[in-house]
Design a protein around this ligand. Structure first.
Ligand SMILES: Nc1ncnc2c1ncn2[C@@H]1O[C@H](COP(=O)(O)OP(=O)(O)OP(=O)(O)O)[C@@H](O)[C@H]1O
Ligand SMILES: CC(=O)N[C@H]1[C@@H]2OC[C@@H](O2)[C@@H](O)[C@@H]1O[C@H](C)C(=O)O
Length: 386
């Protein structure tokens, strides 16, 4: 079946689209990426989304307008990736997360005693995308897991298990987007490998780095290309140690987070802490990069039954060579590669994952992994708009 997967992640850099051929059932599926592309948001739309993610208030009318604009942008991305290709039968559209409140039992600091449940808002409504493209669209993937008591995130670990498991080797698949998340996949030869799968959000990926680069370059840059700027500085280890004492890093999984925690105010606190050490801009970036690397490796050491035999990076942060080298350094002898190295696009894996999740919805197969989201059971994910 030919499926289109669409997502804009927490970096809010644009819509990733993947046109994928999928066959098989449940975890025994095969995929072929026919085409992948990123369609950047128009600047004004990106700025609007980032402002809303940073907590800016908006009226119901403004919310509707923003949802319209995002829905249209997603529909256009589907049409673009479809252009000149054999027709797809289905779209899986994640939409744009603008708010994520983990349930209180998963450390949701935003939840209140009156409202201990999780809540997650992805804009870009499936019904409109279906209408504008003429293709059945599955959307709102997180809602059913949250309703069942899960975090609603991360959802990709089940897809990672299907596409990146190895018969003999344990692996961590580490996505480094705005937020970082991991899937730990035991060797498939273990009879109970499925129960031993794990997944959680590790904390900041590029979100703090991107905000810092924008601030330190007075708005002339949006990210640290290849990590070159950070590589020209030195990490301040006492600061990293101080930041790692923060509650989120010590909370046992299942857990999820977002820009609500690792966003603008968090960076402001980091910059204030850095003043005491009189760090140069390059040192600040090296220190924030070290926080991302150390929080990832620290979470493996704290929460995995044993260290993986290989780590496969994906997401935009896998292109940050300095970050990659720091993760490798902290992991010692565990080899660090990218998912590209084992044949799965590191840039489009998340978009591919939402194509697979739509396919599973269509096949009546659950999409969540209770050991990753904390939901008490597997559930069907996504609402279908024919
Ligand atoms: N060449 C590069 N060098 C360094 N960093 C890069 C490079 N290319 C992309 N990035 C980083 O990757 C980010 C985008 O990553 P990605 O698209 O995986 O995030 P996302 O999908 O929006 O986030 P999430 O996975 O949290 O939802 C950019 O904001 C930038 O920080
Ligand atoms: C609420 C939300 O959009 N969470 C994202 C975010 O970006 C990375 C990490 O935090 C992950 O939990 C999730 O995305 C991926 C696609 C997931 O659900 O697996």
């Amino acid at each position: 079946m030919r499926v289109i997967g669409l997502i804009s992640g927490t970096s809010v850099d644009g819509i990733d689209a993947a046109l994928v051929d999928i066959s098989g059932t449940n975890l025994d599926i095969e995929i072929e990426l026919v085409a992948g592309a990123t369609y950047p948001y128009p600047t004004h739309l990106r700025e609007r989304i980032l402002a809303v993610c940073a907590g800016e208030a908006l009226s119901m009318a403004e919310l509707a307008e923003l949802d319209d604009a995002i829905s249209c942008a997603f529909a256009q991305a589907a049409k673009n990736i479809q252009f000149g290709q054999e027709q797809a039968s289905l779209i899986g559209s994640h939409g744009q997360t603008v708010y994520h409140r983990p349930p209180r039992k998963g450390g949701g600091e935003l939840s209140t005693p009156n409202s201990p449940l999780g809540y997650s808002i992805q804009l870009g409504r499936g019904a409109l995308i279906a209408h504008l493209t003429g293709m059945t669209t599955v959307s709102n993937f997180r809602a059913a897991d949250i309703a069942a008591g899960g975090q609603g995130a991360p959802l990709v670990p089940r897809v990672d298990a299907a596409l990146l498991s190895d018969f003999a080797e344990s692996r961590c698949v580490q996505n480094i987007g705005g937020i970082g998340n991991v899937a730990y996949i035991p060797p498939r030869r273990d009879s109970n490998w499925l129960e031993k799968l794990r997944g959680w959000d590790t904390g900041p990926g590029n979100s703090l780095l991107d905000l810092a680069v924008e601030h330190l370059s007075s708005g002339t840059k949006t990210y640290d290309e290849n990590g070159a700027w950070a590589a020209s500085g030195n990490p301040c280890h006492p600061l990293v140690e101080q930041w790692l004492t923060q509650d989120y890093f010590h909370l046992p999984p299942p857990k999820s987070t977002g820009r609500e925690l690792f966003g603008v105010s968090y960076l402001q606190n980091c910059l204030q802490d850095a003043e005491a050490y009189q760090l140069s801009p390059a040192d600040i970036l090296a220190t924030l990069t070290e926080l991302t690397a150390a929080s990832i490796v620290h979470s493996y050491r704290s929460f995995l039954p044993q260290m993986p035999q290989r780590v496969l990076l994906c997401g935009g942060g896998s292109r940050n060579l300095y970050l990659k080298s720091r993760i490798q350094n902290l992991l010692g002898s565990v080899p660090v590669m990218t998912t590209d190295d084992v044949g799965l696009s590191a840039d489009f894996k998340e978009a591919i994952a939402f194509a697979v999740l739509a396919y599973w919805r269509y096949m009546g197969t659950p999409g969540n992994l209770p050991t990753a989201t904390g939901a008490p059971q597997e559930v069907l994910l996504g609402e279908v708009s024919p």
